[in-house]
Design a protein. Structure first.
Length: 176
């Protein structure tokens, strides 16, 4: 329920605009509490210790894992991966270009190793995964695809598209 101060509650009560609200100075305050339900005002005290009896928010342990949950988590992971690893590699690359031929050779010496390839493939997967799941989120934001079967199907497709685009991208780089 929304929280308002007593003055606002008293001002709005005559108009019947508040069917069921609680009023106090802040949501975390202790002290006087005004509860308004069906136009009748009752007062009491609120104690934060009583708040421990409230139900807990649903936690991951009670949810059944599904494709939509996985794609949402992968979207966040890939976005953070792009922000951290992608930015660091980009800055290193730009610094190597600006630093001259020796700096560029040093960058390429690391980029051509097995660990450099893992980082670069990981960054490209993060990009394509984030892109495909971002398009899925855009469609959901438009109000489409909320049916469970359709949402699960598009979630799986989103993950597969990210993998396929990464494979195609590296096939073009390595084979052409």
């Amino acid at each position: 329920a929304p929280y308002l101060d007593k003055k606002t509650v008293n001002a709005l009560l005559p108009f019947g605009a508040l069917p069921a609200i609680r009023a106090r100075s802040t949501p975390f305050a202790t002290g006087p509490l005004v509860s308004v339900a069906d136009g009748k005002k009752t007062t009491g005290t609120h104690n934060m210790a009583k708040a421990a009896n409230r139900p807990l928010s649903p936690h991951l342990s009670i949810w059944k894992w599904g494709p939509a949950m996985a794609v949402s988590i992968l979207h966040r992971v890939s976005g953070n991966g792009l922000a951290v690893a992608g930015l660091l590699v980009l800055l290193w690359f730009l610094g190597a270009i600006a630093g001259g031929p020796e700096s560029y050779v040093s960058f390429m010496r690391h980029a051509d190793t097995w660990y450099g390839m893992i980082v670069l493939i990981g960054i490209s997967w993060a990009f394509f995964n984030h892109l495909s799941s971002g398009i899925r989120h855009l469609v959901l934001d438009a109000g489409a695809g909320f049916e469970v079967e359709r949402n699960n199907s598009w979630s799986i497709i989103s993950i597969l598209v990210g993998i396929l685009l990464t494979a195609a991208f590296w096939a073009v780089i390595l084979l052409v």
